[in-house]
Design a protein around this ligand. Structure first.
Ligand code: SIN
Ligand code: FE2
Length: 210
């Protein structure tokens, strides 16, 4: 299926859009590139500053990677597991992230961080804001692959009303501008099997952090 602009670009909130099926047609190439990243910097379960092991396994590519441990949440240029630089951001990641951002009204997106989240069945990400970045003028671009998820997209406070969005293989969410600091989270992944990714959901999230 080819991506046809308007009808697949669904507004969620101010400056926030769901690009339904945007990645379809590039799924295989994305997963090939992902495998190369993961060979160099494997998925790992990071620990929150409060000492809890996260249910989502993570890795990064690009110049900066998001990490959490007893010292706090932050971006750093080296992988604490390999002690090396994070893998280079694959060209296809960058190209598709920039195209998605442009489609959502952010034509100059230049991400310097790409966090890769792997959800197994039952994994979830509690409601949070993305605020470890220094530049909030650039949007967040988030790719979904594999098992579906319910993504809660809220407002400026934890209590603000939320929209529950179904994110499926090939979907992209872009939020920035007036929605850049909106609360969001991923509900516990339901049991199932995806034809390509089996019992996993992969989320690839692009940000400008510096
Ligand atoms: C995130 O909030 O950083 C990840 C969102 C997702 O997995 O869809
Ligand atoms: Fe987030």
């Amino acid at each position: 299926m080819l991506f046809s602009n308007e009808e697949n670009t669904l507004p969620i909130a101010e400056d926030a859009f769901l690009l339904k099926g945007f990645l379809l047609g590039n799924g295989e190439a994305l997963l090939l590139a992902l495998n190369q990243v993961v060979e160099q910097s494997p998925f790992r379960f990071m620990v929150t500053p409060g000492g809890h092991s996260m249910s989502v396994a993570m890795t990064n590519c690009g110049p900066w990677g998001w990490v959490t441990d007893g010292q706090g949440y932050r971006y750093q240029m080296s992988d604490p597991v390999t002690k090396e630089a994070w893998p280079t951001m694959p060209a296809i990641f960058m190209t598709l992230a920039q195209e998605a951002a442009e489609m959502a009204g952010f034509p100059n997106f230049l991400p310097d961080a790409c966090l890769i989240n792997r959800y197994s069945i039952g994994a979830k990400l509690s409601l949070h804001q993305d605020k470890d970045e220094t530049d909030f003028s650039q949007p967040i671009v988030s790719f979904s692959l594999g098992l579906p998820a319910i993504f809660d997209f809220g407002g400026k406070t934890r209590e603000a009303p939320k929209k529950a969005l179904l994110l499926e293989h090939g979907d992209v969410v872009v939020w920035g501008g007036k929605s850049r600091l909106n609360y969001h989270g991923v509900r516990s992944i339901k049991a199932g099997s995806h034809p390509v990714l089996g019992e996993y959901r992969i989320n690839i999230t692009f940000r400008r952090c510096q």
